[in-house]
Design a protein around this ligand. Structure first.
Ligand code: 0O2
Length: 214
């Protein structure tokens, strides 16, 4: 794979990210326009930088000609949810698309199996067909699904880790792991608050029915 081919190679990945973003954003738009709750808060996407692709290939001992077959997150989208239970609704949605407009290759549950860094998120690796000027091309893409709290932690941890490269001091690492626990507790607390609000709403609706019936 020569350097001059990068533009051509990355084109279907750019297209896939754009298409997937539209698909997931329109779920939100559709639900909101019908005055319904959306499990999707916002969606972002990116195509991995060439330098990061090369770095990953080197780290994983992947030959340049195997990059497209072995690096699964050249195209990546991130779906942010308010609550942990919303993540599972989004997962169900993606599973419902399996065999239709995308093909699930693997699911990685870093919510149940939190990484040692403290990282939590749900990853779904898919194969996605892109229609190009030269016909259909099947490419890998990674969908990361997380709460706002998980995203808050991961975004900051990622930028700090980048500053240190591989040499993050142990005490900083330990503080970040503690911060991840705080983010986990925040998700739990928010879920409990939501449950209480929903209960209150239900009993309020029941009471107003009783009043209406009288
Ligand atoms: P970027 O910039 O987001 O693309 P790995 O073996 O960990 O290098 P692999 O085998 O592809 O990666 O699998 P994994 O761990 O399922 O997914 C890697 C991606 O998950 C990362 O991509 C991050 O986006 C995210 N991730 C995984 N672990 C962590 C973590 O400890 N902290 C943060 N902030 N993110 C994490 P990249 O390529 O590292 O980065």
């Amino acid at each position: 794979m020569e350097t001059k081919n990068w533009k051509e190679i990355l084109l279907p990945y750019i297209q896939a990210v754009e298409e997937l973003k539209v698909k997931f954003k329109s779920i939100r738009t559709g639900l909101i326009s019908m005055d319904e709750y959306s499990p999707i808060e916002f969606v972002t996407g990116r195509v991995k930088k060439i330098s990061s692709i090369l770095e990953k290939a080197k780290k994983k001992n992947i030959a340049l000609e195997d990059i497209e077959e072995k690096i699964e997150d050249i195209a990546g989208i991130r779906i942010m949810c308010q609550f942990v239970e919303d993540i599972y609704k989004v997962i169900d949605f993606v599973r419902g698309r399996d065999g239709k407009d995308l093909y699930i290759v693997e699911e990685r549950d870093y919510i149940t199996n939190t990484k040692s860094s403290g990282y939590r998120s749900y990853h779904i690796i898919i194969k996605y067909p892109v229609q190009t000027g030269h016909g259909e091309k099947m490419i890998f893409a990674e969908i990361q699904i997380r709460t706002l709290a998980m995203n808050f932690w991961a975004t900051i941890e990622h930028s700090l880790r980048y500053k240190y490269k591989q040499n993050m001091p142990a005490h900083i690492q330990a503080r970040l792991t503690k911060a991840a626990e705080a983010a986990y507790k925040l998700d739990e607390e928010m879920a409990e608050i939501r449950e209480e609000v929903l209960k209150c709403q239900e009993s309020f609706q029941q009471e107003s029915h009783v009043v209406a019936d009288i």
